[in-house]
Design a protein around this ligand. Sequence first.
Ligand SMILES: [Zn+2]
Length: 269
Amino acid sequence: MPELPEVETIRTQLAKNVVGMTITDISFPDRKSKVLRGDLENVIGQTISDIRRFGKLLIIDLAGDYSLAIHLKMTGRLYLVKLGEELPPHTHLILTLGTKVLSFSDARRFGYVHVLPKADVLELLFIKRLGKEPLKDLKIKDFQALVQKSSRPIKNLLLDQQKIAGIGNIYACEALWMAKINPITPANTLSNAQVKALFQAVESVLTEGIKRGGASDNTYRNLMGGKGNYQDFFKVYARRGEPCSRCGTPIERMSLAGRGTFFCPECQK
Ligand SMILES: [Zn+2]
């Protein structure tokens, strides 16, 4: 699933490439696709004015009264091509922008494109419930308070979007390795030093992820169809059996809250 660095990469590319362009036409192979919500005809003739991101949710603002809220979930992709170029399979929405085409495809159909009045964007339940975001408004004091209040495994807390926005499985595993914390440790049993180290590790892995254009270990592609390369720098994620780069112990995998969780049994006791 695309996480904060992947969605931020797409946001940056959208801001650079489609702001100022006008939606001249719209089409959807399947009008009843559950991926699409709201009256899509409202966007025709509108000029794209801004691109915002709330956690993993993208907002394309139009100069008029409407916005598009887009969540990629597991396999959603936004793809910008020249008019006439081939679109990916499972394309649900095609926005023509003069000589270019912005499409939304989603093989597994968990993602969505939702047209709504711009005034309602901040009222979306997703945004209202979203926790503060690292590198943005989540400060060390907020993080310490969240950790102290929770007896859940620390990794599950990191993944809870209503507590902390934007972190998914990859960056949670990587940050916990960096901070030398076992993923199942109850959050409120961490020492102050561990909490500080983890906060710094979260900021560090997200910053690195953004710098590398995200991670394309599976289906993620950016707006131009290219891959990120953060997967080449994974320390534990998807590296089961390979030696830990810090101590040489083979990386292990366990299941935690249904998610594959990678860690070093020596460094993260
Ligand atoms: Zn190790």
